[in-house]
Write a protein that binds this ligand. Structure first.
Ligand code: NAD
Length: 215
């Protein structure tokens, strides 16, 4: 059972941002910070910060503030970043390559162990020291290498069949960039969907809203 299972989803959602800010403070050699200072830097209210951080043990001490390193480590523990979940990526196109190259998997709880594609011109090429494998080898690879999670960077049309193969192999954790809605088909999976276009549309809505307010 997860030690921190009572933390609410909105708080969990804010943790990566706390983690990032605290990491930057650590890099600058800051050892402690008050909730007021932290709130100013993060654009949150001090009481919001106190409420959030109290959820997992109240690290702040009256008159001392927060010990940056222990708070940073504790948030890392809550997020489980010390895990090394073995992860494969499917679809070594523009997006898949960018994800493979730019994500610091090891610092975020994951280890990229394999990259797969079905395009003969890509198979054997190296991304991040990992040679792209033929998707035909997926079953063999997963039988020989314990695999915890999969990243989907394939077109929507290709995703259902690939998802079915991954699911049959027992893979239940997905970072999904494809526009195929995995959770409709599979209810017992953990999935984080990333849709940059959704974010762009929300930006569009908010800009439109702001312009209309000015009229
Ligand atoms: P791309 O064409 O450069 O790459 C797609 C890769 O998938 C190719 O290497 C292709 O060979 C491989 N592929 C296709 N069918 C396959 C199959 N059946 N088995 C194995 N590999 C297969 O495209 P891209 O720009 O990398 O984008 C990939 C997909 O991700 C697109 O369909 C796009 O809609 C989606 N996308 C999502 C986001 C997001 O924010 N979620 C952002 C950009 C793109």
């Amino acid at each position: 059972m997860h030690k921190y299972q009572n933390i609410s989803a909105p708080v969990i959602k804010r943790l990566p941002r706390y983690y990032r800010f605290l990491g930057e403070l650590l890099d600058k050699g800051v050892t402690r910070i008050s909730s007021r200072e932290l709130s100013q830097k993060m654009g949150l209210t001090a009481s919001q910060i106190r409420q959030d951080l109290n959820c997992f043990g109240g690290f702040g001490q009256q008159g001392y503030g927060y010990a940056v390193e222990s708070l940073y480590n504790e948030i890392g523990n809550i997020l489980g970043l010390d895990h090394n979940y073995n992860t494969i990526l499917i679809g070594a196109g523009n997006l898949g390559k960018a994800v493979a190259v730019h994500m610091s998997f090891e610092k975020r709880g994951f280890r990229l162990t394999g990259i797969f594609d079905n395009d003969k011109s890509k198979i054997g090429t190296k991304i991040r020291d990992i040679a792209v494998s033929d998707l035909a080898e997926l079953e063999d690879f997963c039988k020989n290498n314990n695999t915890d999670a999969a990243i989907l960077c394939v077109p929507k049309e290709a995703a259902p069949e690939i998802a079915e193969r991954l699911y049959s192999l027992g893979i239940r954790n997905y970072w999904n960039f494809s526009h195929y809605d995995l959770s409709v088909q599979y209810q017992d999976i953990v999935v984080e969907n990333v849709h940059l276009n959704d974010s762009l549309m929300i930006l569009c809505y908010r800009i439109t809203d702001a312009y209309e307010d000015q009229e």
